[in-house]
Design a protein around this ligand. Sequence first.
Ligand SMILES: [Zn+2]
Length: 106
Amino acid sequence: MQSRKKPHYLSGEVLKLLSYCPLCESNYNPLRAKVLEEKDEAHLLHIQCSNCGGSVVALLFTSGAGPTSIGLVTDLTSDDVLRFKDQTTVKTDEVISFHQFLFPTN
Ligand SMILES: [Zn+2]
C-alpha cells in the first residue's frame, strides 16, 4: 500500500480536469489527489477540497484521444473508498461500463 509519489499521468489536461472543486468551485491543488487504484489506463483518485471539505472520487482514463475524468461527489473518505473497493472488487470492466453509462457513445 505504498502511495505513489510520481503520478506521471497527471498531465496538463488532467490537471485542468481536477483543478477545481465541483461543490464550491474553488481551485485546489490537484497534487492533493490521492491515487487509490491504478489499473491499466484507469485510475481511481480521491480528492478532498481544502476550502469546503467536500470529497470527490474521480475516475481518470488516460487512454484514447485524451485523458477523461469522471468526478463523483462523495462523503466517503479515501479510507472508506478503499474499504468499499476491496469489498466489491472493482474491475476495469465495471469502470468502463460506468464510463459508458455516463458517456454513451451512440
Ligand atoms: Zn470545495
